[in-house]
Design a protein around this ligand. Structure first.
Ligand SMILES: Nc1ncnc2c1ncn2[C@@H]1O[C@H](COP(=O)(O)OP(=O)(O)O)[C@@H](O)[C@H]1O
Ligand SMILES: [Mg+2]
Length: 429
């Protein structure tokens, strides 16, 4: 029974209680491989077509054919085999082994074969593995199962940790997206002991250097302006080390150059960080350029920071619509409200805002000018200024949420005590 369940999970998203919204699954992008799929049913062919459109498959070249294993054998009699052959089979066990035996004679070394079938049987699974099949998927399976299976061929469990990319963006400028990105980037290594790099993508005006009290001579600009020279060594040299577990790729924040970049300008840097660093925080400025869009769409996790007013609501909605359409197989972005309760400023109620964008917040942070102002002016983190504050608790929660270390706790409706705010009390204790 246990064995059967195990095989079953190979082809299914596990498990009880996990939905794409609460469990962040980290699936590495598939490298630039070639793959041919030979399907027997329209259903499986359709799943693969949908998977091809997924962001993690962007670099791979995939062709889908019908005809199953016999068509594959025919095709490779004369042609070279790709990196991956995917075979769907409805054949009985013995026929399947016959097909695989025939195919094996035409397979080039290095070609991986993935088989999908209806039989959920551990003995079959083991026999296939013993014959050098890379993976067996139980059909029917979901798009994400297919993506995961192909991804794992190139990033198996024992391999080095693959970086998770977490992008922070504001629904408007000045809503605290960078501040939260920096605080979370600080908390991930501090609270969870995970190596982290913070990338400041606001080249002209970014504040990562200021917030971490670093004045690096070079930074991300040195890499982005010389794309051909970008390699792991260069990126390493450009990192300014805030601690042994936190590095920042700081923005030059000087205006002697113009920061117009092509869409893929940051790809090389991000790719390198992804293979070398478990957690990468992108501080994405509030703008809508090809590269900024690409940074959001390509991230494993998106944190959208918004203040509760109408412009934020409109922008949050358009950003969320865009992102949802471009990443149909990903977890929802995480919405954080910030600057809630600015004295005398009318607000849209959090509940109404959440309803309008169809997304519950994972955190609500009140307007705390004293706390944030102190942190910003001293080049300190909230956790350093007021570790016991409510704000810091929310940042710690957010840190666990974006790294997949906790279930999302329902954000409390309000953290405000207007009277205290007006009197200028901070939220310690
Ligand atoms: N909850 C808050 N209360 C008071 N000030 C805040 C709060 N959050 C952020 N700030 C301040 O707002 C300013 C803008 O923040 P920043 O992170 O640069 O915004 P963005 O990156 O969204 O443009 C900073 O001076 C920051 O210290
Ligand atoms: Mg910013």
């Amino acid at each position: 029974m246990e064995d059967e369940e195990y095989v079953h999970q190979l082809g299914r998203v596990s498990v009880l209680n996990s939905s794409p919204d609460t469990t962040v699954e980290q699936i590495a992008p598939v490298p630039r491989i070639s793959m041919q799929a030979f399907c027997e049913t329209a259903q499986v062919a359709q799943v693969i077509q949908e998977a091809i459109a997924d962001r993690r498959m962007e670099k791979a070249h995939i062709k889908v054919h019908m005809g199953g294993a016999p068509a594959a054998i025919e095709a490779y009699r004369s042609a070279a085999t790709p990196n991956v052959i995917f075979l769907e089979t409805t054949a009985a066990r013995e026929d399947l082994f016959g097909h695989l035996h025939a195919l094996a004679q035409f397979c080039d070394p290095g070609t991986k074969v993935v088989v999908a079938g209806r039989l959920n049987d551990i003995v079959l699974y083991r026999d296939l593995m013993a014959r050098g099949i890379s993976e067996y998927l139980v059909a029917p399976f979901a798009v994400i199962d297919f993506i995961r299976t192909i991804s794992r061929l190139y990033s198996s469990a024992g391999a080095e940790p693959v970086g998770k990319i977490i992008a922070f963006v504001g629904a408007k400028g000045g809503v605290g997206a960078s501040t939260l990105a920096h605080n979370v980037a600080w908390s991930i290594p501090h609270d969870l002991d995970i190596q982290t790099v913070l990338v400041d993508l606001d080249l002209g005006f970014g504040t990562a250097g200021l917030d971490f009290n670093q004045d690096p001579p070079q930074g991300i600009a040195e890499a982005v302006f010389v794309p051909d020279r970008v390699d792991a060594n260069l990126v390493d040299r450009l990192l300014s080390r805030c601690s042994d577990k936190l590095g920042i790729l700081a923005a030059p924040a000087t205006l002697d150059r113009i920061y117009d970049f092509p869409e893929t300008a940051f790809d090389a840097i991000i790719d390198i960080l992804r293979t070398s660093t478990p957690c990468v925080i992108l501080d994405v400025p509030h703008m809508w350029t090809a590269w900024a869009r690409r940074m959001l769409i390509g991230a494993d996790e998106i944190v959208l920071v918004a203040a509760p007013d109408l412009a934020n609501l409109r922008n949050a909605k358009s950003l969320l619509d865009t992102v949802r359409a471009a990443r149909p197989n990903d977890a929802k972005p995480k919405l954080v409200f910030n600057l809630v309760g600015v004295p005398k400023r009318p607000e849209i109620a959090i509940a109404d805002f959440a309803k309008a964008v169809d997304l519950e917040p994972v955190g609500v942070i009140s307007f705390e000018p004293k706390l944030f102002g102190t942190a910003a002016n001293n080049g300190q983190m909230i956790a350093e200024v007021e570790p016991a504050s409510k704000v810091n608790e929310t940042i710690a929660d957010l840190t666990r949420i974006v790294t997949g270390r906790s279930e999302i706790r329902k954000a409390k409706k309000t953290l405000l005590d207007p009277l205290k705010l007006r009197l200028g009390f901070s939220k310690a204790s």
